[in-house]
Write a protein that binds this ligand. Sequence first.
Ligand SMILES: [Zn+2]
Length: 444
Amino acid sequence: MDTKQKYWNPVLETLPLEKIRQLQLKKFKQIFRWTYEHSKFHRQLYEQAGVKPDDIRSFEDIRQVPKVEKSMMRDIQRKEPFPYGDALCVPLEDVAVFRQTSGTTGQPVYQPDTWQDWEWWAECWSYILWAQGYRPQDRVFIPFGYNIFVAFWAGHYAAEKLGCEVVPGGVLDTKARILKIEELQATAMMGTPTYVLGMAETAKSKMGMDPSKLPIERITCAGECGASIPSTKRRMEQAWGAKVYDHAGATEIGAWSFECTAQSGGMHVNEALFLVEIEDVETGEIIDEPGQRGKMIITALDRQAQPCVRFDSKDVIEWADAPCACGRTTRLIKGGVVGRADDITKVKGVLLAPSAIEEVVRDIDGLGDEYEVVVQKDGDTDRIKLRVEVLPDAEDQCQLIENELVDQLRLKTNLRYDIEICGCETLPRYEVKAKRFKDLRKKE
Ligand SMILES: [Zn+2]
């Protein structure tokens, strides 16, 4: 691999859109036929809808293919044949890798992959890392125990595939990880935004270290929207003195999207490997034009053991209206994944995306990184309580901060909040993914 090469795959990343679409259609036909012929679950689903492999001739036809929801996968798993049920498309002995979803939205879903699928995972991540400037001279530190969650495993293998030197930071605690980064002079790191900010806080408050003095130059984020929220990204970049890049992926899907070094306010969809459709949540129509948000329906075009065909991801995205400055021809989604269809909720009749609150809180200088939002019923009205932490050197400016919060929140979300300003380090801390938004109305 020529390290001056700009793209991981110079052919596929610069194909004209028309050619990408031809390739996607061809690959969709193949993966649809594969699932139809090899999985009882998929075949039943498609027969009920009256769709056969020979019926797929255009993107219009693809829209007639039934979607698969996560709950459907949960229903068939752990049943006969154990443990993957009727969706497995290969003999059990061909399965080389077991992973599972994190279970943040319910019982985890198992994910089997063949060795070929696993090589495909590493290939997906190679596009990401190369686009974010990883090169063989990088020493990459991964500060997590990866366990059965897929993202950091795939990032790990891809970094090795690129020729980087990979340091797994598994069983160490946060302080030991920071010392290891310093000792080995690691240049790149992967993490969830919550943990990347948490590490910086630990370095500063518990170790008297300035993380921006460490040699980390680039950080790849996973697992949460934060790296696409401008104020959160800025906080991470300032704390670490590094470039922070977002990526999006999921255990059942693959790593389908990434920000490149041009940082043009969005993420590339890897369209040679995935077909992304955006569906209007109200009407079910497919949105092809920029500027309108909807939920993502996605197909992994090459994954075989437990395929992902028109999977209803619940990720909310929209197409960007301009191509990226980097020269890749694959389409961008504006502002990354803006939220989950499940999390976007109506409060007092107004649609609220929790990421909008994060954007405001982290844009205010005197506030810490943590916050907590609780929505509950007070009689017939919805109330939103927002707790934030004031930094020690801004304690005398609480009233100013509160006024700014109220103004900015009203401007960005059209809602009023009961604000509580708390002392430093009083709100809960999270190790990997955070749960900062609590909607108590759902339980009431
Ligand atoms: Zn780009």
